[in-house]
Design a protein. Sequence first.
Length: 490
Amino acid sequence: MSTAILRYPNACDFIDGKFSDSKGLASLDVVSPLDGEVISQVQLSGEVELNLAVVSAQKAFSSWSKWTIKDRVQIFFNYRELLKKHSKELAELIHHENGKTIEEAIAEVDKSIELTEFACSLPQLIQGEILEVSRGVECRIDRFPVGIVASIVPFNFPLMVPNWTLPNAIALGNCMILKPSEKVPLSSMWIARLLKESGLPDGVLSIVNGDSRIVEAICKHQGIAAVSFVGSTKVAKIVYSLATSNFKRALCLGGAKNHLLVLPDANPEMTASNVAASVTGCAGQRCMAASAMVAVGNVDHIIQKLCDEARKIIPGKNLGAVISKESKERIERYITEAEKAGAKILVDGRNYKVLGKEDGFYVGPTIIDLVTPDMKIASEEVFGPVVAIIRVNNMEEAMQIENRNPYGNAASVFTQNGAAARYVLDHAEAGMIGVNIGVPVPREPFSFGGWNESKFGVGDITGNSSIDLWTRLKKTTIKWNPESKTNWMS
Ligand code: NAD
């Protein structure tokens, strides 16, 4: 633990509209991946802090849930303006705490603004339904909030992933408890600050920091009605089973192993630059990053260009750092094991040092050819700027490779042939498909979510689909006419 004056104030909980000075269970260093510097400390909270957050949320819910949605979204119009106003400071902070490049951090702020704009449009999207179902009798449906809900988030998008859940859940009338990643707890404090300045009443949003202990407490807490989770598959399974066995609504997004299928007729320049960007963007730490490239037939000319593109991507310049020393070591281990198993390293990013930032956690772009399906790197999530090339003879083989992997977040195909693209769209076991797109993230209002081991629960986490996650339907049948005759339908 460091005693020096740190670059950022300590990360602490936000409960009842105030940053708390509780000491929690312990505290952890927050380390910048850019240079290994300790930039802050985070207090790890426990049940005591969680209970305070739930009590404050319950108090706030009785009033917040009764605001009209048109009034509630006014807060998010203000929040959007504040995100824009502070985008430079926010991007700088994301850059420091997460290690991604400034340009990527700016894109993260922009995406958070887009997510907020979707929340602002919710009054137009959640009108109820009404129908005269028999003479003088009408049925109507209204949406009600679920109650106190929790959002547990990962390290890779410290601002954007909280904004996947928070604006929609809160605008729909819920009170939210956010649990940031203990590796990147600082951006969430900004969210709290900006929402308070936007006019959000105290208690509607609380932040509790911590590790697996607070996550477990959230999943078991009787006062919390729904839990959303974004992170690795291992933890998504733990959270989904714990939350649902405690009778909560849950949606848990897990890890990924996204395959890009490259066909010989693909546009070589566009494919090479898209694949390189997908593999290396955010240092490969995106659940939508390309991790395996399935070369269908002879695509050597495209692989050559991909290597040329990868060599233009320089750590510390246009490639950020990975989150920790352990991550760097784990990623490099995957590369070394693949090499030992007979794969060929075409571009090698191991042992990279950035001048002046020798203690940073950098891995250079890495392209590995001749990977076979039995190698670990072909099936496991690496979460670094690394792509494994698996060679196959035809589309059927390619699809078998894609569908054998247990995850199902995204898959893409690069081709000029519409029928081949359609084949992938029809057969790939993935929730998000790209055609000539390396990172097929659906933009608002389209919803985000994978299949299979990449998601547990019903529906998606953003866009239109999230409306069902954060609301309950109330069905009302009304008769005002004086008719006394009754039958089973009236
Ligand atoms: P992680 O699963 O280690 O942590 C996510 C959250 O769970 C954190 O808040 C952490 O404190 C908590 N946690 C960690 N271990 C826990 C445990 N044993 N019990 C209970 N809670 C625990 O994930 P990460 O390393 O922060 O993020 C990277 C992972 O997230 C990758 O697998 C990536 O694919 C995935 N991810 C998925 C999506 C998606 O949309 N599917 C989006 C972003 C990231």
